[in-house]
Write a protein that binds this ligand. Sequence first.
Ligand SMILES: [Zn+2]
Length: 127
Amino acid sequence: MLSTSERLARHRVLREWLAYQLALADRTIRDLEAQEAEEKRRREVARTETSFTIQPARAVEGHPVLHRGACEVYRAGYSLLDREGVAAAFQDSPDLEMCDVCRPWGSLGIDKPLPGTRAAADPYEPA
Ligand SMILES: [Zn+2]
């Protein structure tokens, strides 16, 4: 049978080992949380870069403008559209113009609208 001193020494060692395990688990949790946040950020960047957004008309006689989601001219916030959303937007707003800076027609697989014309037609409808 162990003496009190021996039992105390063993429990001190056990406590040290448990503290080490706790620190290890805490570090793993912090690493995984950072990794998860980075993965979320990358998904968000990828989603923004492959999405589109519509800048509302700035004046009564103005026209809404279609941008890529990552356009520097207009920041989308949370209202990002996929290709189907863009097709629906063209149906809803035939006067929708396209940004000359981010050139969204490239990602949509359509030709650049001619100068002086708007991309009035549904880009998915053959001209
Ligand atoms: Zn743009």
